[in-house]
Design a protein around this ligand. Sequence first.
Ligand SMILES: Nc1ncnc2c1ncn2[C@@H]1O[C@H](COP(=O)(O)OP(=O)(O)OP(=O)(O)O)[C@@H](O)[C@H]1O
Ligand code: SF4
Ligand SMILES: [Mg+2]
Length: 309
Amino acid sequence: MSFIQVIGVYQTFFIKNPNTLSSYIPIKALENINIEIAQNITFSIVGESGSGKTTLGNIILGSLKPSKGDVLWKGKSIFSKEVRKEYIKNVHTVSQNPFSSLNPRMNVRSIIIEPLIFRDKLTKKEIENRLLSVIEEVKLSKDILYKYPHELSGGEKQRVSIARSIISRPSIIVLDEPVSSLDVSVRAQILNLLKEIKIKHNLTYIFISHDISTTRFISDYLMILYKGITMEIGESEKIFSNPTNPYTKLLLFSVPGQEIIKEFPKVQRNEEGKCPFYSRCPIAKEICKTEPLPPKKISENHISYCHNV
Ligand SMILES: Nc1ncnc2c1ncn2[C@@H]1O[C@H](COP(=O)(O)OP(=O)(O)OP(=O)(O)O)[C@@H](O)[C@H]1O
Ligand code: SF4
Ligand SMILES: [Mg+2]
């Protein structure tokens, strides 16, 4: 049994029709998502803006119930009453933008210990000990504890977010673009820190990024999403060494200095197909217009969804 299973998940949002304002337009954010996540691995979700990464992250966090499908944790639905309370204690998040995710009116100390106040009945001494140990783990000095978010650098803010996310000792952390707002020089430090913390606490990471190259450093498994549909999924190194889906190739081609994909012809068709990538795909066939994407097994733990592989 997998640690986390995402089973046949669909998410449709309804937004007001700007023309009538009285009717609603459906936005298909996710379509038939199926994932198996083992414990203690980093599972990355990669795709362009609007591909459904945050929506899927929120569903795995349990903060959004999908329109259809389920998420199981140790075999049981995270949305069931009996599991929900326990699951919420076990999962935490670090979000994209440390500038807006930290409460500006709280000092660092209060921000970090807040999850403990809500979740656990610990003594003052126990809270203090936990605080000092997470501060040390994320390599922040004690001087920072009485500062406010606006007095911190981007890297320090993200370290505070990470300290906050691990203080209640969860087993799963959803990291939604944790380094994308940081300077390149700070990114590697934060990624290294996340790796260290994961090993120390036997954590399972769901790592969300629009940048496929960042995920290579940290992922064990990788899922490529496009317009809410899975394009390729599998062991990270298998996908990087043998990318098969045209959309994965486009993402890799867009990475400066990436030698795997040397060429990617630019295409723009004025019609949509069943394959969400049809209008941009250089090797599209007639069948891509009308038939849903078939799963093609490339090797053990590596599946590509495409009519042309
Ligand atoms: N609450 C909502 N109401 C209506 N539409 C939504 C809502 N949340 C997300 N969407 C739509 O669902 C789709 C997926 O959004 P999502 O935020 O999951 O994408 P993303 O991959 O995280 O993008 P980004 O990289 O920009 O963060 C988008 O078309 C978005 O506009
Ligand atoms: S299914 Fe067709 S259009 Fe879609 S990525 Fe594969 S070849 Fe391209
Ligand atoms: Mg997002």
